[in-house]
Design a protein around this ligand. Structure first.
Ligand SMILES: [Zn+2]
Ligand SMILES: [Zn+2]
Length: 258
């Protein structure tokens, strides 16, 4: 069990995690059962890469099982400028478009955009130049949130810089998320918001009244070295270049391991 801190009258959410439909290791059912019994989370989103199916399935299952938490739909969209978390969406968002085109498509359907693992050069991240450029736009195209806590080690490198720049320049809603690929990582990063429901969370993201929370890093030992190796070999690492390196070394590619 984690140590989820929040002031009275606040809820907590983890809006960035991956299922076995994508490069995560746990099924939708396993994820929801874990959230219900092992975390304090009030709201979650499954955000597989360029794939919304997991979040639909999670929403359906949650409705059937009557869990105590809420599920919102989402996906992690690969844009030409880096990854972007889209949440509160009903339709899938097309990958490999410009960031502003993607942001517009998400807002058009009532969704919100959060920049995951900002400025992390080890992951496909939206960089400082793009964030700067966006903050100067006056045409209404805007981002909603910035993920200041992401439990992957590659994202933690740029935490202080992102926080400083966001407070000085970007003024986006501050979020935390696990980016979990394993059950035990879920909730290791989280977003604190006034209220408790998914609707409260959405409003808080729009009003920029959220905060990023961290449950501390999850060690490889806790995840299990075997599981980490299995994920790297069969799903590919979220870190750029590593899947290719492994494919070369072990003669496997993402395609053949499906
Ligand atoms: Zn990502
Ligand atoms: Zn991710």
């Amino acid at each position: 069990m984690g140590n989820w801190e929040r002031p009275d009258g606040h809820g907590i959410a983890d809006l960035h995690m991956h299922s076995s439909l994508g490069d995560g290791m746990a099924s939708i059912y396993q994820i929801l059962e874990y959230v219900e019994h092992k975390t304090d989370l009030d709201v979650i989103a499954i955000t597989d890469h360029d794939d919304i199916r997991g979040s639909y399935q999670a929403r359906e299952l949650a409705a059937k099982k009557n869990y105590r938490f809420e599920v919102v739909t989402g996906m992690e969209v690969t844009t030409l400028h880096g990854h972007l978390i889209a949440v509160f969406i009903e339709e899938p968002v097309a990958p490999l478009a410009r960031l502003d085109t993607t942001v517009e498509a998400i807002h058009k359907q009532g969704g919100l955009c959060i920049v995951p693992h900002p400025m992390s050069w080890l992951m496909r991240s939206i960089g400082q130049t793009t964030l700067d450029r966006f903050s100067y736009r006056r045409d209404g195209i805007h981002l909603n949130g910035i993920e200041l806590v992401n439990s992957n080690i590659a994202a933690r490198i740029s935490y202080e810089k992102s926080k400083r720049l966001n407070r000085k320049r970007y003024h986006l809603a501050e979020t935390g998320a696990s980016d979990a690929h394993f059950l035990v990582m879920i909730g290791s990063g989280y977003t604190v918001f006034p209220g408790k429901t998914a609707a409260d969370l959405k409003q808080a993201l729009i009003d920029r009244t959220t905060n990023a929370g961290s449950n501390g890093p999850v060690s490889l030992k806790k995840i299990g070295y075997g599981r980490v190796l299995k994920q790297l070999m069969f799903k590919g690492s979220p870190l750029i270049g590593i899947p290719k390196l492994l494919a070369k070394k072990f003669g496997r590619s993402k395609e053949t391991s499906k």
